[in-house]
Design a binder for this molecule. Structure first.
Ligand SMILES: *Cc1c(COP(=O)(O)O)cnc(C)c1O
Length: 400
């Protein structure tokens, strides 16, 4: 809860509890002291876990994994994965091998799939670190099986089939060929057959049905291999789907998985910036680079310590998609002028001067300014907002 001066009464202002320090230390913070930080990114692990549970409960007959690539969409891979592990999540997807290595250090018993697949000559790295590759090309299948054959191993791997997105994956023809290729199948264990939907964010899109039908044809060729098709949107749009493993990402982190439906998830990340100065601007004066905003009346402007170097896109304040604002002292305050590298200006003329002061917190994103709203102002999606959150914030892991 924000108090009357916009400070979150539940957040410690200087002392960070030890467990949160441990989680925060992994982020190689510029400072552990929130009072000295560029801003505070509050990550609500309870909301994260509830979002995961919501998806799990929609699919009593399937397993629910967690996609934690790109540092868990910017929110901190280790604290996120540890919270989900404590809740019973045992399978994780990362994009890159080194993300997988890092995750395995903290959760050695987790099943970790690497979406980008095995780089040429690196099968041994996957073996050494207990990582499960997602095989995306015929060449990768051959390299993985050759590695196994040479050592008389039968290590697991996921087989990714492209069903229309034309991103990664074997072609349906290659998948058919693999299904009849005993020599290759003898030398690794296909532990998952997966594909990815291009338009799940729009459940009514005809492409979903086409991809599903093709995937169903292919999975019939691998009757004993568990299957996975759903990202967040598909997992929510089609409860109790007949596939074995769900791969939610964005929904866990509170972003809206859908383009045209309201968001069924709880917000997870709240970003607070600090007021560095409150200044009087006379009518006719301008604010910021390029003097793009001019005060129509005498105004009060708060300068806050967050900018595009922190992932606050310049486009947000351009007002292309409507006026953008922060939430401060219980009210919305619109951005004025351009966002700079480390600073932004907001108009606080409508807020009583005695409740504003240097050092108070401003919600840039959170319960009052959703990540999806911010994404809309920036002309992008919640995924890009979250993964662009800069390294200068103190990340606080809370559970309320
Ligand atoms: C990123 C990704 C996901 C998760 O997608 P969300 O839309 O964030 O739920 C699932 N599967 C694959 C292959 C991905 O690349």
């Amino acid at each position: 809860m924000l108090d009357r001066k916009g400070r979150d009464a539940t957040l410690p202002t200087s002392a960070v509890p030890p467990v949160e320090r441990a989680a925060a230390a992994w982020q190689t913070l510029p400072t552990e002291d929130p009072a000295l930080a560029g801003g505070i990114l509050d990550i609500n692990l309870k909301a994260l876990v509830e979002n995961w549970r919501q998806i799990r409960d929609l699919h009593p007959n399937a397993r629910t994994s967690a996609v934690v690539k790109a540092n868990a969409y910017g929110l901190g891979m280790i604290p996120v994965a540890e919270a989900l592990w404590a809740e019973g999540c045992r399978t994780f997807f990362v994009a890159l091998p080194h993300e997988g290595e890092e995750l395995k250090k903290h959760l050695p018993r987790a099943e970790v799939f690497v979406l980008a697949g095995v780089p040429r000559g690196e099968a041994g790295y996957f073996h050494e670190h207990g990582l499960t590759p997602v095989l995306n090309t015929w060449e990768e299948v051959e390299e993985w099986t050759a590695y196994n054959a040479a050592r008389e191993l039968r290590l697991p791997a996921a087989v990714h089939v492209d069903t229309g997105m034309n991103r990664l994956g074997l072609s349906p023809g290659e998948a058919r060929r693999l299904s009849g290729h005993d020599n290759l199948l003898r030398n690794f264990r296909p532990c998952l057959l997966m594909s990815h939907l291009a338009c799940a964010d729009t459940p009514g899109h005809e492409m979903n049905g086409r991809q599903k039908a093709l995937f169903d044809e292919i999975r019939a060729l691998f009757p004993s291999v568990p299957t996975s098709l759903a990202n967040s949107a598909a997992a929510i749009a089609w409860p109790n789907w007949e596939y074995d493993l769900l791969r939610p990402g964005i929904a866990l982190y509170g972003g809206n998985p859908f383009s045209e439906r309201s968001n069924p998830m709880r917000a997870v990340a709240t970003l607070y910036a600090t007021v560095l100065q409150v200044r009087e601007v006379r009518r006719g004066e301008s604010v910021g680079y390029g003097a793009t905003w001019t005060a129509k009346d005498d105004s009060r402007i708060a300068i806050i310590g967050v900018g595009y170097a922190d992932g606050l896109f310049r486009r947000v304040a351009e007002g292309v998609a409507g006026p953008a604002h922060v939430f401060v002292a219980g009210q919305f305050a619109p951005y004025v002028g351009r966002i700079s590298m480390d600073l932004a200006a907001v108009d606080v003329s409508a807020i009583a001067p005695d409740v504003l002061e240097r050092g108070m917190r401003v919600e840039v994103m959170g319960p009052h300014v959703s990540v999806d709203e911010l994404a809309c102002w920036a002309g992008t999606i919640a995924y890009e907002i979250l993964t662009s959150l800069g390294p200068r914030f103190t990340r606080l892991y809370t559970s309320s």
